[in-house]
Design a binder for this molecule. Structure first.
Ligand SMILES: C[C@@H](O)[C@H](NC(=O)OP(=O)(O)OC[C@H]1O[C@@H](n2cnc3c(N)ncnc32)[C@H](O)[C@@H]1O)C(=O)O
Ligand SMILES: Nc1ncnc2c1ncn2[C@@H]1O[C@H](COP(=O)(O)OP(=O)(O)OP(=O)(O)O)[C@@H](O)[C@H]1O
Ligand SMILES: [Fe+2]
Length: 554
């Protein structure tokens, strides 16, 4: 099968020919390089208008040269339908429709973000990996479950490449900034910047403001670049590790233009090696925007009969990866490796066969009698200064907030000892299994009630996933408050709810009733615990709807 792919969501005018028999991918690209500032949508569209016909024609010549019959032996035309800049997408769409009509072959509409991750799955041969997409306009973790790619975690503000590019614009460097930051960072000393992860979500705005400020304050630019890379990539590596831990998966693939950064790839490879997971990063020509990935996924979709008629082929600038019905994969496959078994990671009280040591995403947990020793082991992928800061801060926060939560009426393990310098806490052993291994609506309701009590006490949990809840009959304990903090912001409370809901969606077959029970429990307890009704601005559930509805692809 031979497929022509066409890409042009933002900066890369690109066409490709994929031959599924030989495996060969021929790519021809013409990048748009702004004279100043970032990408201007109108200029980018003008570039596409001129460049797309040329790159397509080069690929058609190539098809003709490498085929025996007429027409280059092309079986379908695949194109990027979105997400991306509307004016650019429309030019690509028009070109693809015209070509499919001229060649009289089917048209395949590809989601660009899904193409970024499928190219890694294609190259690695992995069955069902966690995928980290680190591109310009996006940053998210995805995993396949129940026929769709689920967003396990994502940026709460800008994409990772755009965040870096904003900093480089501030210091007066031309677009794209990523490669320049990489170059400058090689000569820099590490500079401390804010580090923000919330469960498997993360945010870049605070880091970027601090980086610009540091530059304005006279910190050498190469030091800020080093700090920026160490901080931003450690965050991405940490959330990727958390996704591996939560799903029980031991395969990670990388996608997106920022994936060309060697330091990011090095951190991810090191993290995976230490957990015994496999890591795959496609070669750079498949990481940055390119039509090769569109053609490769186009071939799979064509094979599954997933074509689109011309009247139905409108582009979608906000096309989310989790909207795509994944027709080319088996509906039974899942990124979660036996979620029930993952839930039994903790030691069952009556079993001699369960392990004495559990490795979470952050820490090693050993079981000694009725105590649990949690040690935040150094992460060698992180810069040593950042590593020490995070381990100490989180150990302190965990010990303090675990006790505070109990005072607010939430079952938590008793803290028996704490050593922030060593990153160690000794807890009482609680529960029979993790919530992931015993997900019921009643228990989700109780988690909702407990989170409302935590929020009523003026702080957030920070990482309330199904693995950080222990259960024993009706009793539901919250664990792992290391990412918690005091806050009066409704947005922070909404993030707690979002993190819990994402973790349920990532592992449960039928999440809906569980989520309804969780929200009902939260709403009832928040109402009962408050001295007056919450206004809309203060209502975390109302804010949760906004968080979920935020399009992050404009
Ligand atoms: C929707 C689509 O148009 C968009 N595409 C996109 O963002 O282009 P992509 O090729 O995946 O990524 C470009 C980004 O990748 C960054 N980048 C390129 N080389 C880099 C490097 N060595 N280190 C860090 N960032 C790098 C650039 O600075 C730029 O922000 C997307 O996938 O989000
Ligand atoms: N006090 C406890 N009683 C019983 N089991 C526990 C206790 N503390 C931790 N565990 C078990 O160990 C696992 C890992 O603990 P914890 O979540 O605190 O570590 P972590 O490294 O922060 O994990 P992650 O970052 O993946 O959430 C938990 O999912 C739970 O099964
Ligand atoms: Fe991209």
């Amino acid at each position: 099968m031979r497929i022509v792919g066409i890409e042009g969501t933002a900066w890369a005018a690109s066409a490709a020919l994929f031959d599924s028999e030989t495996g060969e991918v021929f790519i021809e690209s013409d990048p748009y390089e702004p004279d100043s500032g970032g990408i201007h949508p109108r200029e980018a569209a003008e570039h596409m208008g001129g460049a797309i016909p040329d790159v397509v024609s080069t690929v058609l010549d190539r098809a003709a040269e490498t085929s025996e019959g007429d027409g280059g032996g092309i079986d379908a035309v695949a194109f990027s339908r979105g997400p991306g800049l509307g004016p650019c997408l429309r030019i690509v769409g028009t070109a693809a429709r015209a070509l499919s009509q001229t060649l009289d072959v089917p048209l395949v509409g590809v989601n660009h973000m899904v193409a970024h991750l499928e190219i890694g799955r294609h190259g690695s041969g992995f069955d069902s990996p966690v995928c980290l997409n680190a591109s310009g306009a996006n940053a998210h973790l995805l995993g396949y479950h129940n026929g769709r790619y689920r967003v396990l975690g994502e940026t709460m503000d800008t994409g990772v490449g755009n965040a870096i590019d904003k900093f480089t614009r501030h210091v007066g460097w031309s677009h794209p900034g990523g490669p320049k930051v990489e170059e400058a960072a090689r000569d820099g000393e590490y500079h401390d910047l804010p580090y923000v992860v919330k469960g498997m979500d993360f945010s870049f705005s605070g880091i970027m403001s601090a980086a610009k400020q540091a530059h304005d304050d006279g910190v050498p630019v190469e030091d800020v670049c080093r700090g920026l890379q160490e901080t931003v990539f450690a965050m991405l590596t940490e959330v990727a590790e958390r996704a591996l831990s939560l799903t029980g998966t031991d395969e990670l693939v990388l996608g997106g233009g920022v994936g060309q950064n060697e330091r990011l790839r090095e951190m991810l490879a090191e993290m995976c090696e230490q957990r015994g997971a496999e890591f795959y990063a496609p070669e750079p020509r498949f990481l940055r925007d390119n039509a090769g990935m569109i053609a490769v996924l186009g071939a799979r979709m064509l094979d599954a009969g997933d074509t689109v008629s011309i009247p139905d082929s409108a582009v979608d600038p906000n096309f989310r990866p989790d909207q795509v019905p994944v027709t080319w994969r088996d509906g039974e496959e899942s990124v979660a490796r036996d979620p029930a078994a993952a839930g039994e990671a903790g030691r069952a009280a009556d079993s001699a066969t369960t392990p004495d040591e559990v490795r979470g995403a952050e820490a090693t947990v050993t079981f000694e009698g009725d105590s649990v020793v949690k040690r935040r082991v150094p992460k060698t992928y992180r810069h040593p200064e950042l590593d020490e800061r995070l381990r100490t801060e989180r150990t302190r926060a965990e010990a303090r907030l675990t006790s505070l939560a109990r005072r607010a009426g939430v079952p938590t393990p008793v803290v028996r000892d704490v050593d922030p310098a060593e990153g160690t806490i000794v807890f009482q052993y609680v529960g029979e299994s993790d919530l992931a291994g015993g997900l019921t609506a009643e228990r989700c309701r109780t988690v909702g009630e407990h989170l409302a009590a935590v929020h009523g006490a003026g702080f957030v949990h920070g990482d309330p996933t199904t693995r950080n809840v222990r259960v024993d009959g009706d009793r539901v304990y919250l664990l792992d408050f290391g990412l918690g903090y005091h806050t009066g912001h409704v947005e922070d409370r909404a993030m707690d709810l979002h993190v819990f809901e994402q973790s349920v969606e990532g592992t449960a077959d039928e999440p809906e009733p569980l989520l309804r029970a969780f929200e009902a429990g939260y709403a009832a307890a928040a109402r009962d615990g408050a001295d007056r009704p919450a206004s809309d601005d203060e209502d975390a559930l109302a804010r949760l709807r906004q968080v979920e509805g935020r399009g992050r692809y404009q």
